[in-house]
Design a binder for this molecule. Structure first.
Ligand SMILES: C[S@@+](CC[C@H](N)C(=O)[O-])C[C@H]1O[C@@H](n2cnc3c(N)ncnc32)[C@H](O)[C@@H]1O
Length: 246
């Protein structure tokens, strides 16, 4: 059982910007489960996407892997010769726990957990790349370059899974889905204080885009095809394809 997230249940005197530190890593499974609608569906369906897209003798990248939930889902679903999973995160607290987590389960597909900024790593020979709620933490100016590097490092027939919190071009719909997310967190036991303290910490570090902006950026990066394959309120996941035979 993971520890319950009570980090912001009492008033915090000076709310700084959000970081993925030791305290967050410790409660992360509970936090993401109670904060991101559809998270466990997305994790298990990443396994289904992996079954379809992972090719022999290629690499899978889990960028911003946190504790390795998507990596474990891929590893459970894939038995492909010569495949390796590379999981990357720049939070030492996450990486340390992720390594322990991965080592706790046995499987034939090797996993390398790397502590690094995802903007600095080489991406090569990839058949599947996962950005599960990570791109939103990159400065908007850096997002296209990362997607271009992913596209360049991807094999024809490969796929990118891009899960994000979305903003909406239609203000009415945006407000409805924002409020439904608020209800979701309340229903999961978060108080108004917890919700508002967390929101103000995330304000400067998590800048969301609309689905249309994501699709346009993916196209600009080279991906010939992209579509939303999952959505729950203002959270969802896109799949982007690199054309060509696998
Ligand atoms: C919301 S969490 C991702 C959740 C995770 N992918 C999952 O499926 O459970 C975002 C993660 O991205 C990492 N991150 C943010 N910016 C990063 C960067 N520039 N390089 C590497 N990791 C980054 C954070 O440390 C954090 O662990």
């Amino acid at each position: 059982m993971s520890n319950r997230d009570t980090l912001f249940s009492t008033p915090v005197h000076k709310l700084g910007d959000w970081t993925f530190d030791e305290r967050v890593a410790e409660v992360f499974p509970d936090m993401i489960q109670r904060s991101v609608p559809g998270y466990s569906n997305i994790i298990s369906m990443i396994g289904m996407l992996a079954e379809r897209f992972v090719q022999p003798n290629t690499q899978v990248y889990d960028l911003g892997c946190s504790l390795g939930a998507a990596t474990l889902s891929v590893r459970r679903s894939v038995q492909v010769d010569g495949c390796k999973i590379i999981a990357v995160d720049n939070s030492p607290a996450m990486v340390e726990r992720c390594r322990r987590h991965i080592d706790a389960f046995r499987a034939s597909t090797p996993v390398e957990v790397i502590e690094a900024d995802i903007r600095d790593i080489d991406i090569e020979n990839a058949s599947l790349v996962i950005l599960n709620f990570t791109l939103q933490f990159l400065a908007p100016a850096d997002r296209l370059l990362l997607l271009e590097r992913i596209y360049q490092g991807m094999k024809p027939g490969g796929a990118l899974v891009l899960s994000e919190k979305f903003s909406f071009e239609d203000a009415e719909v945006g407000e409805l889905l924002f409020n439904m997310h608020h209800d979701f967190k309340r229903a999961n036991g978060y108080s108004e204080l917890e919700i508002s303290q967390k929101r103000s910490m995330l304000e400067n570090v998590m800048l969301t885009d609309s689905v249309e902006t994501h699709k346009a950026r993916l196209r600009q990066a080279g991906f010939q095809h992209s579509e939303l394959w999952f959505q729950c309120f203002n959270f969802g996941s896109l799949v982007a394809l690199k054309a060509g035979a696998a």
